[in-house]
Design a protein. Structure first.
Length: 183
């Protein structure tokens, strides 16, 4: 078991889009194992490679007894239904903020060996797939909050012992509902 340190909000790697995985090798399988081990150790529902400081498009998840990973995910939304509820992040330890996400999502990508896979998610699984894919695009979930919620979230974040005021954080220019919405 290899537990890795998790990057905390403010670390520039969390604001950098990850590169597509083009080699499905032992190194990738080690990364997947590290993601799963670290996520389980921290009690998370998901963990993306950038949260370990690795700029690759891969994440692990453990939602409702479904444990897995996906490489190079692409999200599709079968409908317009939304959910609004608490969301947290291992890179923002101990904090939860109500966040609007799509209720249903289909994630298409690959497993650690390069075989195609598809994950259909609803509710918490849909939230997790969107949250972790955001990490791969350099987006942190508080970017999805409306202005009022974001202001309150930033006040709580700044009050945390782990917050580093020297790190400048940019807000996503995208629609706060998500960059993956189809028009």
């Amino acid at each position: 078991m290899t537990i890795q340190p998790i990057r905390i909000y403010g670390d520039p790697v969390l604001r950098t889009a990850a590169d597509e995985v083009d080699t499905f090798d032992k190194e990738l399988r080690t990364l997947v194992k590290d993601l799963l081990d670290t996520m389980r150790d921290q009690g998370g529902a998901g963990l993306a490679a950038p949260q370990l400081g690795i700029g690759k498009r891969v994440f692990a998840f453990d939602v409702d007894d479904v444990v897995g990973h996906i490489v190079n995910p692409v999200l599709e939304f079968p409908d317009e239904e939304e959910q609004d509820g608490p969301e947290g992040c291992l890179s923002l330890p101990g904090l939860y903020f109500d966040t609007v996400r799509r209720q249903n999502v289909i994630a298409k990508g690959f497993n650690e060996y390069g075989d195609p896979l598809q994950i259909v998610g609803t509710g918490l699984m849909a939230r997790c797939l969107q949250h972790e894919t955001d990490h791969l695009d350099g987006i942190v979930f508080i970017d999805r909050l409306d202005a009022e919620r974001r202001k309150a979230a930033m006040a709580e974040i700044r009050a945390q012992d782990w917050y580093n005021d020297d790190v400048k954080v940019k807000v996503s220019p995208h629609d706060n509902r998500g960059v993956f919405f189809k028009s």
